[in-house]
Design a protein around this ligand. Sequence first.
Ligand SMILES: Nc1nc2c(ncn2[C@@H]2O[C@H](COP(=O)(O)OP(=O)(O)OP(=O)(O)O)[C@@H](O)[C@H]2O)c(=O)[nH]1
Length: 593
Amino acid sequence: MAGTSNDNLRNSMRNSGWPEASPATERMPERLTERSGAGGHAAGRRWPTHVRVGAALAAGAVPVALGAWLAPWWPVAWGAQSLWPTLAAVSAGVTYATLRKTLLQPLSAVALRTGLLADPDAASASQSRDQVALLGQQMSQAHERLRMLEGALEAGHSELRRLAMADQLTGLPNRRLFGELFDHARATALRQRHPMALLYIDLDHFKQVNDTLGHPAGDELLLCISQRLRDAVRESDLLCRLGGDEFAVLLTPVAGVELLAQAALRLIHAVEVPVPLGQQGASASVSASVGIACFPRDGDTLELLLQRADQAMYQAKAAGRSRFSIYRPNTTDEDTSTPLSGDMRLHWQPVIDTRTGQAVSAEALMRWQHPREGLLPPARFLGKVEAAGDMPKLGRQTLDEACAQMARWKASHHSPAQVSVNVSASQLRDPGWAQALDESLRKHGLLAGELAVELTESSLMEDAETVMPQIDAMHTLGVSLMVDDFGTGPMSLARLQQLRPTRLKIDASFVQRLPGDPRALAMIDGIVRLARSLDIGVVAEGVETAAQRDALHGLGCHHQQGYLFGAPRAPLDEPDWPVGPSINKASNRPIAH
Ligand SMILES: Nc1nc2c(ncn2[C@@H]2O[C@H](COP(=O)(O)OP(=O)(O)OP(=O)(O)O)[C@@H](O)[C@H]2O)c(=O)[nH]1
């Protein structure tokens, strides 16, 4: 009988969903039922087992639990016997109060409830047991419901958190989550000592999409572009929508500026593919401008990096959009140094004939070794030189150094067929410019055909009365004329004919869209055909991938320049690019003297 009561109690505890009993609680009912022998017959009446168990718990658990609770104190108490009664009394009081609240009251409630259920006059013992089991089941169900409610609450909570952290339209992390993710990435970058790059992406003229096709179409386009951006970055990179038509990518880690440029171009190309909209076969195209700031060089916090990448993005927009720009700190106003008082040097970048793999010419690019900021490209200092009116002087200095380098290469039999120098509109305003050209060629013993001058479309369109006589003088000397950044300026075909350039340099912004953009392909195809019909050579600049090279080659543009073939670099006595036949020979044009 005692065994059955114990089993019932254990079963109902188990059924109730309470934790499996510990050895101590397992033992407790046995002790309790032993003691319940007298108590169970109180008032000459034998109570049902569960009532006796409840009462026994109330009566008998106290000394047992008290003994267990006080066990650790015995040695201390024996050591100070005079304190023992006080200690025991206090301990007993505390223990009883605790047990009463946590164990006895709930158990008494169960006992009372089971007692009521098991009316001894009406129900048999087995009915009582069934009712106890039912009560246990109900408690278990209530417990299960509570657990489900807790689960639902937790799920709701995390959904709320996700919604607060995600962009509603695209599901991408929003700026807030991006901030948290950035903190983790930053900690890893510092620990592993690797740099990161933040790319700020802003769609170009996105407002027009909303204005012409409607806001829902704009949303559809944003959603599609967000997916493309996600596909264009690695798993380890972080992408977020900053808001509106602005996104940010954190590239981590970044292995060099070339890979950084490739990543930026991949994102730009991903945006440019036309987006199908709606059911009617309509589509829309947008481009993106990207600004880049690097961690830790340009900033240590997300705010600073975003601010600087944003600045760079505006530079990309100002330079014609659909391109990327890397943040460069501005020189401070107090900085009074100029390139003429500093160290000016030339770096060289080859133009390759893709049919032979050999360099046919090399372009001289100015670099200024700034006393504090290191080696700076022309965009960082030419404005200052122009403002100071020093451009003619710097131009002559550059021209002379380019001719000197070509002479050195010729002497060591490692020269390309031609070198080119960039000339600005203000240099053309220098009345002594054509004479300076002639003097440099003579001084270094060069043939006129070994030198080319690169002028942008916009410089050539300035003030025809000043420009044309200089160009004519140059032609008379036999120096080649190249039109730089062709396709981006205002030059008319009439002016093109008048200028009689030797070559057109197709602007990098067209090349960067290859091979995926059919409009860029069509544009380059048109330029190549036009140039060929006018007997003008063509060079593509900004070639960075093999796919771009092959697409250009397929269009008949074989002279190419870009990081794929070599970055601008300081001159070597024996350049490591393979030197081939004369560019004029390759394009079947005689060298003029
Ligand atoms: N469809 C849609 N449009 C949005 C959303 N959020 C912002 N815009 C619009 O996006 C446009 C962003 O325009 P801007 O970046 O200022 O200008 P833009 O036309 O892209 O011009 P540039 O950035 O100078 O090239 C604004 O017209 C906003 O109203 C959006 O969630 N959905």
